[in-house]
Design a protein around this ligand. Structure first.
Ligand SMILES: [Zn+2]
Length: 248
């Protein structure tokens, strides 16, 4: 193992290593509907396993990385009209993330990387990262994982133009990472309504009947494995550049 799972350390061990880490990684997911065929924990399953592999990859390129447990709840109000979804109010979420950053800062951690797997968390995380930096002095990097994987998703899965949730991408990922949790006989193409071209808050049931997007029938777990490797490699290299630069 080329990274440190921080939760397994004693405080004595933490004292030895924590200041020497290039990054502490916090994976963030959600607990929300992902169509009729994927589990509520879809984003968190991706967060947990893909971040673990990213930590490994970061170790291979020479970084000293500590991994935190995955935050398995997120900001998911837009999915609340589908049963089972749990949402955290944005102000609570921002405060929770701030407190994690503040605690790490007090122990001398140098950089926090939040690897995020749920779009609804992005804006609150941006706010939290500016608060952590300005109030607590800890450099915090937000890595929306899918943004770094996008070019490979497009290249390998050739997704339907509306992909992005419980679609060919996320279905491929859960087929690869937790195949027993995919309800294969429930995979169906959603009926989608056109969304307005000006930003406005919408509930997912206003534009998809299944809760999903894209075309989950195109899912392919073998392609998911390639996409994970390539995206993680790209992110690990960016982290290395940051850690080696004395500016950031
Ligand atoms: Zn998702």
């Amino acid at each position: 193992m080329s990274y440190i799972y921080l939760g397994n350390l004693s405080w004595v061990e933490a004292r030895e290593v924590i200041r020497g880490l290039d990054f502490v990684i916090l994976p963030t997911g959600s607990f929300e509907q992902h169509g009729p065929h994927l589990p509520l924990l879809t984003d968190s399953i991706r967060a947990e396993e893909i971040s673990r592999r990213l930590a490994e990859k970061a170790g291979e390129v020479g970084l000293n990385v500590g991994l935190l447990p995955t935050l398995k709840y997120g900001v998911s109000e837009h999915h609340m009209n589908f049963p089972g979804t749990i949402t955290i109010r944005p102000e609570i979420y921002i405060g929770f993330i701030e407190d994690i950053g503040a605690s790490l800062a007090r122990h001398g951690v140098r950089r926090l990387a939040i690897v995020n797997f749920h779009g609804g968390n992005n804006s609150p995380l941006q706010v939290a990262s500016s608060i952590i930096r300005s109030r607590h002095g800890l450099r915090t990097y937000i890595i929306p994982w899918t943004r770094y994987a996008r070019e490979y998703i497009v290249e390998y899965l050739k997704p339907h133009e509306s992909w992005g949730h419980a679609c060919e991408h996320e279905t491929s990922m859960i087929m690869a990472l937790a195949p027993d949790l995919v309800k294969r006989d429930k995979i169906a193409r959603p009926n989608l309504a056109k969304r307005p071209e000006i930003d406005t808050f919408l509930y997912f049931n206003e534009f998809t009947d299944t809760g999903g997007l894209g075309d989950p029938l195109r899912a392919d777990p073998e392609k998911a494995k390639i996409i994970i490797d390539k995206a993680n490699e790209k992110i690990a290299k960016l982290m290395l550049e940051i850690a080696r630069s004395d500016r950031w």
